[in-house]
Design a protein around this ligand. Structure first.
Ligand SMILES: [Mg+2]
Length: 95
């Protein structure tokens, strides 16, 4: 069992199964761009915060699909995640 839980994992596995890895990877790449654009537009007062959050949700959903595609067991993700969180704790000098 993976330490870092992916919410709605079964649903995300189903969408990957329906459209395939390559299609979902392409969508993830597009969502990265949409999130970057949304943040940039928000910073220049062109769109609302709600639209930024919507793009962040799209990115979150597709990012979790990438975790399933590239690291199905989640073991490597968890190992690196824990390492990086510990590094942040060290930088901040907290336990
Ligand atoms: Mg989007």
């Amino acid at each position: 069992m993976s330490y870092r839980v992916i919410e709605d994992r079964k649903l995300l596995e189903d969408i990957i199964g329906k459209f395939g890895n390559e299609e979902q990877i392409s969508i993830f790449i597009e969502e990265c761009g949409e999130a970057l654009t949304a943040i940039s537009h928000f910073r220049r007062g062109r769109i609302s915060i709600e639209l930024v959050i919507e793009e962040l949700v799209d990115l979150f959903i597709t990012l979790n699909q990438m975790r399933i595609i590239y690291d199905p067991t989640g073991e490597e993700f968890d190992k690196i995640y824990k390492y990086k969180i510990q590094r942040i704790r060290t930088i901040l000098n907290v336990e």
